[in-house]
Design a binder for this molecule. Structure first.
Ligand SMILES: [Fe+2]
Ligand SMILES: [Fe+2]
Length: 328
């Protein structure tokens, strides 16, 4: 179906040699001559507009009866041709469309989910269980610990050297950020070894696995997720704001804030725009696919935070420990 299109606009297919004293247009084989004007109406403005493109309905609504006659005759002689709509758009143009879609979905789901609602409204320790604050750090640790699952496949992106270099530069800055969150968890007495014996929430793992799948199978779409994951529109971290406001231990929050500041100050949120500005063209079929994936990605991202609230607000323990020696 992709090749079927409705002609939108027409442009001159021949070369206009003169508009006065008569209108002369030539194609590869012939020259055609028309009266320059009939009953005081000339076709000069139509010919001028046909150089950049005129829609058929505009010819009827905006131009004189004589110009409409000239237009019909030019069509018969195949001296005008339909402009085929572009089948690709610039990377940045496509990204702006995807950002609009993602924002719309984020405002309808993630920004109104229980986790972010509580973060924006909490005023005391009674509003957010401490286990949720700790659980958020644990799940973020699990996520960052697995960042290579989804960043690594695109480090060798051979389709575009500029994009590959940006991605490698970003990865060099990202590598080891799980260690910052580990430092925070150390203040709770949780060690690297403890964490090695735990499993993430299914929602966290689903997000990691989906990103890894997209990085392998659809790198363009994967690039579009980075701006959202790195907090493209965030000027401050609502989770940290809430944690400080309700009086969580600053020693626990300090390494978490250090990580948040790296994202904010390092411009990680604008990485996606940098990448897409280096992509000259994206086919329409790819845009349709990326729009579809965006719905699923935002749903997974929403579930990641919802899952943290739902599990850690009711769980009596922080770590989901695997008993590797016990009977499963
Ligand atoms: Fe990071
Ligand atoms: Fe980052």
């Amino acid at each position: 179906m992709d090749d079927i299109f409705e002609p939108q606009a027409f442009v001159l297919a021949g070369k206009c040699l003169s508009t006065s004293p008569s209108l002369v247009i030539e194609d590869d084989e012939n020259q055609y001559e028309f009266p320059a004007s009939v009953e005081g109406e000339d076709a000069a403005s139509l010919i001028s507009a046909l150089r950049s493109g005129v829609k058929a309905e505009e010819v009827i609504s905006r131009y004189s009866p004589y110009e409409q006659k000239v237009f019909d005759r030019l069509k018969e002689l195949q001296l005008v041709r339909a402009v085929k709509p572009a089948l690709a758009r610039s990377g940045l143009d496509v990204l702006l469309e995807l950002e609009d879609l993602a924002n719309d979905l984020l405002y309808r789901t993630l920004y109104t989910n229980v986790f972010w609602e509580k973060c924006s409204s909490a005023s005391s320790g009674d509003d957010i269980p401490l286990n949720v604050i700790h659980g958020m750090i644990v799940e973020n640790y699990h996520f960052l610990f697995r960042e290579s699952y989804f960043d690594a496949p695109v480090l060798s992106y051979v389709a575009n050297t500029g994009v590959r270099l940006s991605m490698n530069e970003f990865y060099a800055e990202e590598y080891g950020h799980d260690e910052l969150l580990l430092k925070a968890l150390n203040t709770l007495g949780v060690t690297r070894e403890d964490l090695a014996r735990t499993v993430p929430l299914p929602q966290t793992m689903a997000l990691c696995n989906a990103l890894a799948f997209w990085a392998h199978s659809d790198p363009l779409f994967f690039f579009s997720t980075l701006g959202i994951l790195e907090g493209k529109d965030i000027k401050q971290d609502s989770f940290l704001d809430a944690a400080y406001r309700i009086g969580v231990d600053p020693a626990l929050l300090k390494p978490v804030k250090a990580h948040s500041d790296i994202n904010l100050n390092g411009g990680h949120g604008s990485l996606t725009r940098k990448i897409f500005s280096r992509i000259p063209a994206i086919a329409d079929a790819d845009v349709r696919r990326m729009r579809a994936h965006t719905h699923l990605f935002i749903e997974l991202y929403d579930q990641f935070y919802t899952g943290i609230w739902e599990h850690y607000s009711t769980s009596p323990t922080l770590l989901r420990t695997l008993d590797v020696n016990g009977e499963a």
